[in-house]
Write a protein that binds this ligand. Sequence first.
Ligand code: FAD
Ligand code: NAD
Length: 160
Amino acid sequence: MEDRQFRNAMGKFATGVNVIATEVEGEVYGMTANAFMSVSLDPKLIVISIGNHAKMLERIRQSGKFSVNVLSCEQQEESMRFAGQKQFEDKFEFDTLAGVPVVSDALCQLSCDVYNEHTEGDHVLFIGKVNDLVLEEGDPLIFNCGKYRRLEALEEVSSK
Ligand code: FAD
Ligand code: NAD
C-alpha cells in the first residue's frame, strides 16, 4: 500500500486542529497536530501523537509538560504558522496556563503533565494528565482530505 493512499484514507476522518506548545529553557515552541483523543475521565487523560522527525518530540520529553490548544475557525494562520506552511515576520505571543504556554483565543486550552509515553511505529504517543483548562465560545477549524474547512450546521435528524 502506498503512503499516499493511507494518508488519503486517514484524511477522510475529519478532525479539529490543535497547536501543541511547550517551553524548554525559557524558549517557547509550538507545533500543529490533529492526532488527539480524550482517553480517561478518572484521571483526566488525553493523548497526542508526535512524529519521530518532529523537533517537538524531544522538547516535550525535556519539559515534561505541554499544552493542547484547539483552534477556532479564525485561527487557520496559527495552524499554518506552527506547521511551517507559511512564514511570518512577527513574533508570536503565547499566554500561560498553570505554568505552560498556551495559544490565546483557542476554543480550548489544556495544560498537561506527561503521564506516560509509548513509541508506536514512527510516532510517539504522549499521554497527558490535564491539570487545568480554559474554554472559549466559537466554531472549530476543521481538517479534512488535506484541506482546512469550517463547520456548517445540518438539519437536525429526527429520532423517530
Ligand atoms: P518546528 O519545525 O521547529 O516548528 C514548526 C513551525 O512552527 C516552524 O515553522 C516554526 O518556525 C514555528 N514555530 C515554532 N515555535 C514558534 C514560536 N515560539 N513562535 C513562532 N513560530 C514558531 N505532525 C505530527 O507529528 N503529529 C500530528 O498530529 C500532526 N498533525 C498535523 C495536522 C495538520 C493539519 C498539519 C498541517 C500538520 C500536522 N503535523 C503533525 C505536521 C507538523 O505540524 C509539522 O511536521 C511541523 O512542522 C513539525 O514541527 P517541529 O516540531 O519539527 O518544529
Ligand atoms: P495529508 O493528506 O497528508 O493528511 C491526511 C491525514 O493523513 C492526516 O489527517 C493524518 O491522519 C494522516 N497523516 C498524514 N501524514 C501522516 C504521517 N506522517 N504519519 C501519520 N499519519 C499521517 O494532509 P497534508 O495536507 O498533506 O498534510 C500536511 C503535512 O502535515 C504533511 O507533511 C503531513 O505528513 C503532516 N501531517 C502529519 C500528521 C501526523 O504525523 N500524525 C498528521 C497530519 C498531517
